[in-house]
Design a binder for this molecule. Sequence first.
Ligand code: FAD
Length: 400
Amino acid sequence: MRKKIIVLGANFGGMTAALKIKHELHGDVDVTVVAASDRFLFTPSLIWLPFGKRSTDDITFVVAPTLEHHDIDFVHVAATGIDPVAHTVTTADGVARPYDYLVIATGYRNDENVVPGFAEHAHTITTLPQAQETLTAWRRFLTDPGDVVIAATQSAGCFGAAYEFLFNTAHQLKKNGLHRDVRLTYVTAEPFLGHFGIGGLPHGEQLLGMFLERQGIASRISTAIDHVEEGALVLADGEVLPYSFGMVVPPFLGQEFLSGTEGLTDEKGFVPVRPTYQSEKLDDVYAVGVAAAVQVPWTTPVPVGIPKTGFPTEAQAATAAENIAAQVRGELPTHEKPFGDIPALCVMDAGNNGVVILADKMLPPRKHGLLIPGPQSHAMKVAFERYFLWKMRNGYVQLP
Ligand SMILES: Cc1cc2nc3c(=O)[nH]c(=O)nc-3n(C[C@H](O)[C@H](O)[C@H](O)COP(=O)(O)OP(=O)(O)OC[C@H]3O[C@@H](n4cnc5c(N)ncnc54)[C@H](O)[C@@H]3O)c2cc1C
């Protein structure tokens, strides 16, 4: 009997895991991908969508043809529960789907309750529909400009996206001739500029400080937000920052249905995992990408989260796939790649400039960490977007 693998999620983690498992076992396995969305979304490009620089079609593709081409079944439906005893996943269509091994790659949802008023009043770019709403807000802003606030709340982890959107906003203000009249402010939970949720990198604070200064951006560092009102951010110290256009990055949570399986998740809905990416509790259930829990190794005056980016997500998914293939072959799952030891490789776009971020490890202690600023970063980000979408659309997950 061929083993049945179910992969939940069809983005960075899910696509990589499903294709890699099939590849590792030379096709001799049944793989089914179950996902709430039928499209792959290149989330890094959501920073450009509100400025009309990308459309939905530019940054998404339908996954079924790619998966089917690699002999992987695709079911477009949301998972609603996991029964680790019966070895089934239930889905919104009422079907219970059996598995031998399960990969959870269901990513994140926004913590909409992070501060009062976030859900009602804040715009964000962390999901496609919300980025589209932010596009509408930006267009409205251009007809009636005023001050702008870009923020990352307490416990947020996706600081790279906040910085990218901040600098892209500064670039767009300049392009629209508004940079002299509009006050642009960055509010962050980070203990210092350039912390990025990864503890910072050599000279990062000075570099980010220089980027802000050059563009006349004011900042509120190590700052918690008390609440969001219509057109204003109210900070924990009582300061009110009114804005005509704002974007707030919230913290992420794991998908709600995962918490229905006793002992599977932590209090945030993420799955605690071993370095093999097996769940701490279950040998045949794996979790990768944003769905996998990562312990924050430090405390900061205002809490910050860890950015779970695309590169480690792919590395985790590949490790999980190798281990599942080993288990299917009757071997032990011995491949290990702890999150903190995966190299950091990221490009922070700044509109027509940017910074390449390189480090030998996601989390300290590190031997090497390097920030390379310059306009080539923007070109690299654009080229990487094209390359990555091509690679995923064709299912070439063995490529870097
Ligand atoms: C604005 C923004 C910018 C970013 N920029 C960068 C960047 O420049 N570089 C970088 O490396 N990373 C970046 N990231 C981080 C990157 O997006 C994540 O690392 C990546 O999305 C993680 O992939 P994932 O597969 O774990 O989860 P996700 O991308 O969240 O995918 C989750 C998948 O699960 C599916 N799903 C959800 N719920 C269910 C359910 N109930 N049942 C079945 N399927 C479900 C979804 O449909 C989706 O297919 C950025 C993130 C954001 C928000």
